[in-house]
Design a protein around this ligand. Structure first.
Ligand SMILES: NC(=O)c1ccc[n+]([C@@H]2O[C@H](COP(=O)([O-])OP(=O)(O)OC[C@H]3O[C@@H](n4cnc5c(N)ncnc54)[C@H](OP(=O)(O)O)[C@@H]3O)[C@@H](O)[C@H]2O)c1
Length: 386
């Protein structure tokens, strides 16, 4: 296999970086393809794009299959730009390496190998054994990894990507002293949160938020602001909403909570000694034990979500106690803050439960990767600096 920079590729009449970028953009048209990665594919012949494809959901055709189907016999001798190494195994659909070989594609250009053990180099090997040229466009690797951070986290680290979402006032408060927090932010921010939920495999909270706010944590299509095309592209995913998860050491979640009354499954992690006949009796609720301590342990929860539920992305929508605990345990990959231009006062609840920071050198620090105005609020995306 050749490892090359896109600018070194020949012939120069083919716009190599443009086609690869298009494959990446197609992958991103879906909110999630969980538990699969998001993948896009562009078929080019004689310098012209002949077809495009993307993977819209688990069980739906893969990006390569969709593009090959559209191209038909024109795929012979084409160049396939695919945003991830083609799969080589029989899952819900057939292997893409075989489909590309059967269609007579001459060259496959990819930006990265698929780290999933069922693929990892096998797709490349099958293509090369059949005489298909495989080119690795190295300068697109980082962008390609950025499309599937959750999938890569599950496959490479054995745990989902963890994003914490919090709404706060200008003075960093997330609830009033009496627990009230509806609504800190405006409609535009809440719409954005619906998109975050729909792009996650699990929405996780603590029992403190269940008792204070009684949220349903569902995805509400009518609040998401998607246009007709986006709804069509994401139709399969939207039928498969994220798992709702509660960390509740002693099973205090009321059986009559909105979370359990709403449609869909709820997973409650508790400690081994916790008991609740009411919760056990509910069909919509699965009880799991995480760790052996007096309190639910966070890493075992994440490992369970990855290994038992194939969860790529977990969105935490909890209060300061649980969000602080995840941050202290270094288990947060991204913090998403919706900042409302209002003051909630110094007796309101803090953003995160963090105590005992004595020196500036010990202050957790973040890199701001996005700052966006959403009507009156500001959305910040931050990466913890380790
Ligand atoms: N502004 C926002 O974005 C936002 C979002 C959500 C909530 N809130 C507000 O936050 C307030 C609730 O805050 P909260 O801190 O009580 O709720 P929380 O963080 O959602 O839940 C805390 C509870 O989680 C349980 N838990 C289980 N395992 C844990 C672990 N390993 N580490 C830490 N906690 C663990 C603990 O109870 P057990 O030990 O009994 O299991 C703990 O009391 C409400 O007023 C709500 O309105 C605001």
């Amino acid at each position: 296999m050749e490892y090359v920079q896109s600018t070194d590729l020949k012939p120069s009449c083919i716009d190599w970086p443009v086609h690869m970028q298009r494959a990446l953009d197609l992958a991103e048209t879906v909110l999630t393809a969980s538990p699969n990665p998001r993948v896009g594919c562009v078929l080019v012949r004689g310098g012209q794009v002949i077809s495009e494809g993307w993977h819209s959901a688990a069980g739906a055709p893969h990006a390569e299959a969709m593009a090959l189907e559209e191209a038909g016999p024109k795929a012979r001798n084409a160049i396939a730009f695919v945003s991830l190494e083609p799969c080589a195994h029989h899952g819900k659909t057939g292997p893409c390496s075989e489909a590309l070989i059967a269609a007579g594609v001459a060259t496959v250009v990819i930006p990265m190998q698929d780290p999933h053990p069922a693929v990892s180099g096998k797709g490349i090997a099958q293509l090369e054994e059949a005489g298909v040229e495989v080119i690795m466009m190295v300068d697109f690797e980082e962008a390609a990894r950025g499309i599937n951070p959750g999938f890569l986290s599950r496959v490479e680290r054995g745990r989902p990507r963890v994003r914490i979402k919090l709404a706060m006032s200008l003075d960093g408060r997330t609830a009033l002293s009496n627990g009230g927090s509806k609504w800190i932010t405006d409609v535009a921010s809440r719409k954005d949160v619906q998109l975050l939920r729909a792009s996650s495999c699990a929405v996780l909270t603590g029992v403190g938020t269940i008792l204070a706010d009684n949220p349903s944590l569902t995805v509400r299509l009518d609040e998401m602001g998607l246009d007709a095309d986006q709804i069509k592209t994401n139709a399969l995913n939207l039928q498969n909403p994220p798992l709702r998860v509660v960390l509740d050491s002693t099973l205090r979640t009321p059986a009559q909570s909105k979370l359990l009354e709403a449609e869909g499954n709820v997973l409650i992690y508790s400690t081994a000694s916790a008991q609740s006949a009411e919760l056990v009796a509910l069909d919509s609720c699965t009880l799991k034990v995480a760790g052996s301590d007096a309190r639910v342990q966070l890493l075992p929860v994440l490992k369970s979500l990855a290994s038992e539920y194939y969860c790529n992305d977990t969105l935490i929508e909890a209060g300061p106690t649980l969000c602080g605990a995840f941050l202290r345990a270094n288990l947060v990959d991204e913090l998403i803050l919706y900042v409302a231009p209002k003051l909630m006062g110094s007796d309101g609840k803090a953003l995160l439960d963090l105590h005992g920071i004595q020196t500036m050198a010990d202050t957790p620090t973040f890199e701001v990767i996005e700052a966006q105005q959403l009507e009156r609020d500001v959305k910040l995306r931050l990466l913890p600096q380790v």
